[in-house]
Design a protein around this ligand. Structure first.
Ligand code: SIN
Length: 502
């Protein structure tokens, strides 16, 4: 087997992976591997922005308090304090690196309001914030010595010796390669593609989670999947997102009878937490009413403030200045993931995780809007500080042969069955009966799955379903109609031990 030695391997090239690479390059050579083109990631699709307490009337304490209340009692407060406390510095760094955030006419950073924030605190670049940040980080990476980015390189398994992570086995240029390193960072994003409706990029199949679990890493909070209320109800996965910032600017949800229904569901109406808005939409849909986002009151401002959304809608023959936009909820963010401490360390020495793949405890049971790009920036930097102190553990000899990754066939009926099962039985409204049914279907599907990516997706789907079954209450993004209220006895995180063989 081919061996490539380096100091650090980072799996994933979104905001968390690139940030970790840029800081880690000060301490050694970095190889980033990513299974598709580097820019095909959730970061580049993120529209709304980055939350940070940089406004006049804001403070990290207020940001902390909003994050904790959105998290519905399941956050790790120490981790949230770090997140909100380090946010202003992370923004300062982005500005120094060249990110073009929008400014007001009076020269202050322009701030938008999103759901469950008590004031406007979301920095943005039009409605293309993630793409702007990704472009800047990527440019900086190209100017930084000691970082190589290998696209179309698929991580298959972690290599271990005596409980230490010693590298990654990956398919690189058609050859199985052992990237041997003193530190591995999993920053492989989320798993939205396991659901029939998602806003997530096509590579978001939960590989990082599956790899870590097989290697024995502890996972947590898997039952918490965040559904975004307003994806465009046209086309196929990934569904195009209609940013929450559109509601922040005054757009309102209406049903096919023209009623503004959100005030009947929550005092914050259209800016209620995402789980509340998503369930309200599902309720309307289940009673036979279609749901639309009416942004016509914004007038011409819509096209100026949301040029990307405007262009895309026009491409679908929808004129948002004059007609309401058809919307539906869709799986948007994996809150749970690989359990880490506040430095991104897992229970395996040498294995770190950050970004959506990791569960640092900052999101609790429900992520506050625009805290995810922030998480990638803050914890991407923190993992690099741990990498700096790691020493090489001697790798074991690797097997001469290792099965390669067979490409996922988008037309595979098992993929459709997986996505339909997860959407209809492990989606926005769950119950024990549907979850049991989903468990059985997923087990049957897994029996025949040789394809590596599909196998990972099924493994992650089974872990999520079992975590949802094992939480007999409703909290944040996890709603069970058979246990519709929160139970104080369950106000804790829910750990899943890693498995040691595939
Ligand atoms: C959005 O723009 O609505 C998405 C922002 C986020 O998911 O944090």
């Amino acid at each position: 087997m081919r061996v490539i030695e380096t100091d650090f391997v980072i799996v994933g090239a979104g905001i968390a992976g690139l940030t970790a690479a840029l800081w880690a390059a000060q301490h050694g050579e970095v190889i980033i591997i990513t299974k598709d083109q580097a820019h095909n990631c959730n970061t580049a699709l993120a529209q709304g922005g980055v939350a940070a307490a940089v406004g006049k009337n804001d403070s990290p304490e207020l940001h902390l308090s909003d994050t904790l209340s959105a998290g519905a009692g399941a956050c790790r407060p120490d981790a949230v304090r770090l997140l909100t406390g380090e946010a202003p510095q992370a923004i300062q760094t982005l500005l120094e690196w060249g990110v073009q955030f929008d400014f007001t006419e009076t020269g202050e950073l322009a701030l938008a309001r999103e759901g469950a924030h008590s004031l406007a605190r979301v920095l943005h670049h039009g409605d293309n914030t993630g793409a702007e940040i990704w472009r800047t980080l990527y440019q900086k990476l190209q100017q930084t010595a000691g970082i190589s980015l290998l696209p179309h390189t698929y991580a298959l398994e972690l290599s271990l010796n005596q409980g230490c992570c010693t590298g990654v086995l990956a398919e690189f240029q058609g050859e199985i390669t052992h990237f041997s390193s003193r530190g591995v960072v999993l920053a492989a994003g989320g798993c939205g593609q396991i659901f029939g409706r998602t806003t997530n990029s096509s590579p978001s199949t939960g590989d990082g989670l599956a790899l870590a679990w097989r290697a024995g890493a502890e996972l947590t909070d898997l039952e918490f999947i965040q559904f975004h209320p307003t994806a465009l109800d046209r086309g196929s996965n990934p569904l195009f997102l209609i940013s929450e910032a559109v509601r922040g600017e005054g757009a309102v949800l209406v049903n096919s009878q023209g009623a503004k229904f959100m005030p009947a569901y929550h005092p914050m109406a259209d800016l209620a937490p995402r789980d509340v808005v998503s369930r309200a939409i599902v309720q309307e849909q289940s009673e036979g009413r279609e749901v639309f986002l009416d942004a016509t009151a914004l007038g011409a401002k819509f096209a100026r403030r949301f040029p990307n959304i405007y262009r895309t809608l026009v491409g679908y023959n929808i004129d948002p200045l004059h007609q309401p936009i058809p919307v539906t909820p869709a799986a948007h963010f994996m809150i749970g993931g690989i359990k880490t401490d506040s430095w991104g360390q897992t229970n395996i020495r040498g294995l770190l995780a950050c970004g959506e793949t990791a569960a640092t405890g900052v999101h609790g049971a429900n992520r506050l809007a625009s805290n995810s790009l922030l998480e990638g920036l803050v914890f991407g930097r923190r993992v690099a500080l741990v990498l700096a102190r790691l020493e090489h553990a001697r790798p074991l000899p690797q097997p001469a042969e290792f099965p390669g990754a067979k490409a996922l066939d988008p037309g595979d009926p098992r993929l459709t069955a997986l996505q339909d099962t997860m959407w209809s039985k492990v989606g926005i409204i769950r119950d024990g009966h549907k979850l049991e049914e989903a468990s059985r279907t997923l087990l049957e599907l897994q029996a025949g799955a040789e394809d590596f990516e599909l196998h990972n997706m099924l493994q992650v789907a089974r872990l999520i379903t079992s975590a949802a079954l094992n939480r007999p209450e409703s909290r944040g993004s996890h709603f069970r109609s058979d246990y519709p209220v929160s139970n104080l006895a369950w106000q804790h995180r829910h750990f899943v031990p890693g498995r040691f063989s595939a």
